[in-house]
Design a protein around this ligand. Structure first.
Ligand code: THU
Length: 131
């Protein structure tokens, strides 16, 4: 699979979003070391605080499914934004913990715009406790 196929996967994940409060649907495709694609979508909550972003849903899902932290190839996130969507600060912190710092992150929108960055570029000077 190439990046354009991964973006299509992220768009399919977005279709599964549960976003009744914001109406803003986000999808994520997290690519495992062997090419397995883990879908994530945002899942909102009426108490607001428990809302989970698409990126964290994919990461937590993959880890719970037995994927090793920092073994992922790439992460793609997509939303209906004028410019490619950028991950929130909480997701950046979770990415720096669970992904390699040099892992590519592809940020996309429904218009077909894509921007590539890395986990470490998204969160310079990140706090990390490693055991
Ligand atoms: N959201 C994501 O899922 N990922 C992002 O990168 C940005 C924001 C979600 C959280 C919430 O459900 C909705 O988008 C509006 O903030």
């Amino acid at each position: 699979m190439d990046v354009s196929a991964w973006i299509k996967e992220a768009a399919l994940a977005r279709d599964k979003a549960y976003a009744p409060y914001s109406g803003f649907r986000v999808g994520c495709a997290l690519i495992g070391a062997d090419g397995t694609v883990f879908h994530g979508c945002n899942i909102e909550n009426g108490a607001y605080g428990p809302t989970n972003c698409a990126e964290r849903t994919a990461l937590f899902r993959a880890i719970a499914d037995g994927q090793a932290p920092r073994s992922f190839q790439a992460l793609v996130v997509i939303g209906d934004t004028p410019e490619p969507i950028t991950p929130c600060g909480v997701c950046r912190q979770v990415m720096i913990e669970l992904c390699s710092p040099d892992m590519p992150v592809y940020m996309a929108n429904l218009a077909g715009d894509v921007q590539e960055t890395t986990v470490s570029d998204l969160l310079p000077g990140a706090f990390m406790l490693r055991v």
